[in-house]
Write a new protein. Structure first.
Length: 243
């Protein structure tokens, strides 16, 4: 069965409304993110491989901003230690309801706890892997340092954080180029100029980009011994931070 197609912004709207991860978005989210985020499938698959490599016996793995559970499933399917536990967090009940149905169809036995909460309120404890795939960008900038510090504090020595974000560039010309390339990517995946413009307006002020250097500096300030990019396509990048 084919996944529902994202046509949320296909018709003109009288005025933009802020983007929300509501039931309407949850229904089309797999199609939306596949057609909107270059390299998304690679990032998810490699999140699973990284979890398989860094997860330690009896530890917890956190998927912060789990949406429909793509990263959760990738981790679950790559874990070698059956005494691990995955904590998947999202503040959208619509996303979590559909995530539960996805998890229930998976045959792997690693337990998964679904938690409805703002990730700022989640206590990270005894973790070997923490994943934030396109999540921090929706958190207020003044709260981001505390989020990363809390993750660092809750990681076991040798643990990792995977941080994927839509980023900005210090050079305005490069930033404009990468925005244009991203829009070309969306057009190539069937989005119209109207859809691109209306979603951009809906996300304005809600998705707040930072530079890669700002992300590196924040991670090192929190105590991570190393943090750098392992994947990037246009203005979408994923970093690994090592404790």
């Amino acid at each position: 069965m084919s996944e529902p197609r994202d046509n949320i912004y296909a018709q003109p709207v009288p005025e933009p409304t802020p983007f929300r991860f509501d039931d309407r978005v949850a229904q089309v989210f797999p199609d939306m993110i596949r057609r909107s985020v270059p390299g998304y499938s690679t990032i998810i698959a490699m999140t699973g491989l990284l979890a398989g490599r860094f997860a330690t016996p009896g530890s917890r793995l956190y998927d912060l901003g789990c949406s429909l559970g793509a990263s959760t499933l990738a981790m679950r399917q790559n874990l070698q230690h059956t005494d691990c536990r995955i904590i998947s967090v999202d503040n959208s009940t619509a996303m979590l309801e559909r995530c539960r149905s996805v998890i229930d169809t998976d045959s792997h036995e690693i337990p998964v706890d679904l938690v409805c909460s703002n990730l700022q309120d989640v206590q990270i404890a005894d973790a070997s892997v923490v994943v934030l795939n396109f999540t921090l960008q929706f958190i207020a900038r003044e709260e981001r340092d505390a989020v990363i510090e809390q993750i660092f504090a809750g990681l076991r020595p040798g643990g990792i954080m995977v941080l994927s974000e839509k980023v900005t560039f210090e050079d305005p010309r490069l930033d404009a180029l990468n925005i244009d390339l991203h829009h070309d990517f969306k057009r190539a995946n069937g989005y119209s100029d109207l859809e691109i413009a209306q979603k951009r307006d809906a996300l304005d002020g809600y998705l707040r980009r930072e530079t890669l250097q700002q992300h590196r500096d924040r991670c090192r300030k929190a105590g991570f011994s190393s943090c750098d990019v392992w994947f990037q396509c246009f203005n979408f990048a994923s970093l690994i931070a090592l404790k």
